[in-house]
Design a protein around this ligand. Structure first.
Ligand code: SF4
Length: 286
């Protein structure tokens, strides 16, 4: 593998990449086949306060290069970080961590968990059978779920899985600028959402859309309209995020030549309030 061509962090003049191809390339770096199944690289197992307490496996490797990404440098240099763990070893570590911290929720974070399909499905099979865990939160950028509906069908069969699809942009141009991926891939995460709806999966959508420094009102509107075209309920349940000033985020923004003003002083009106306001005005006119 010519690692000198492997896409790292975004810089001005960065050549956009195909995220599906990057997922395949990354899979070759962060997974391997052994008698114990498909193993994947992880750097740590711990619990955090998000989702009111969740045991987390911090894995390695992603197929996007978001300029606001908080993940450590294992995202950009996956060949340098992590130790291979079998699905059984990951399962044991997650349960052990959940037990230690008195939580019943688990997730795989720090990268894109859908890379390494056999690995993820084998972990989910074990979680499904485990009485100590009642929820697996699958946070994804939607690239692989957008191009592989059978994968989505398989994941939806697990009753304990809830998927959180994270959208990065509201237009193809902004998608390329913020993720480094080709503009043609902009639609893929929306296709993932359609696939999740079609197979009746438990999921919701998140977007980095509450931060005017990184998403203009026009782009936010375009994202919301695109979601509403699929299903208006998705808009009402949209989890809107802002950029947090992690060291890695600040450095990636700097490398990309993007300057943000800190702290964030202005936050968009929540989408639900916007909708209520619109409905109120409509009723007032009658
Ligand atoms: S924010 Fe998520 S999708 Fe984007 S590069 Fe980081 S890990 Fe990947």
């Amino acid at each position: 593998m010519e690692m000198d061509k492997y896409p790292r962090y975004v810089t001005p003049g960065f050549k956009p990449f195909d995220p599906v191809k990057l997922a395949e390339w990354t899979e070759k770096i962060v997974t391997r086949r052994t008698e114990a199944g498909q193993e994947r690289k992880y750097t740590a197992f711990y619990a955090t306060g998000v989702y009111r307490g969740i045991a987390t496996g911090y894995t390695v490797g992603c197929c996007l290069r978001c300029i606001f990404c908080w993940v450590d440098w294992s995202r950009d240099f996956p060949e340098r970080f992590g130790t291979f763990y079998s699905p059984e070893a990951v399962f044991q570590k997650l349960v052990e961590t959940a037990r230690k911290y008195g939580v019943k929720k688990v997730r795989i974070s720090g990268a894109e968990p859908t890379i390494g399909k056999d690995h993820l499905l084998a972990v989910l099979e074990r979680i499904e059978e485990c009485d100590e865990i009642n929820l697996f939160i699958l946070e994804t950028n939607g690239i692989l779920f957008g191009v592989d509906k059978k994968y989505v069908e398989k994941v939806a069969q697990f009753s304990k899985v809830h998927v959180r699809v994270s959208l990065k942009a509201g237009t193809p141009e902004a998608f390329t600028r913020k993720t480094g991926a080709i503009p043609e891939a902009f639609e893929i995460p929306f296709k993932a959402i359609e696939n999740l709806l079609d197979v009746g999966a438990s999921f919701h959508v998140a977007a980095m859309s509450a931060d005017p420094r990184i998403m203009t009102p026009e782009e936010r509107l375009s994202l919301i309209q695109r979601l509403a075209e699929i299903d208006p309920r998705l808009v009402l349940e949209l989890e809107e995020e802002v950029v947090d000033p992690y060291d890695t985020t600040l450095q990636r923004l700097k490398f990309a030549g993007v300057e943000l003003e800190w702290p964030l002083r202005k936050i968009y009106v929540p989408v639900r309030e916007m909708l209520m306001e619109m409905l109120k005005k409509k009723r007032g006119k009658k």
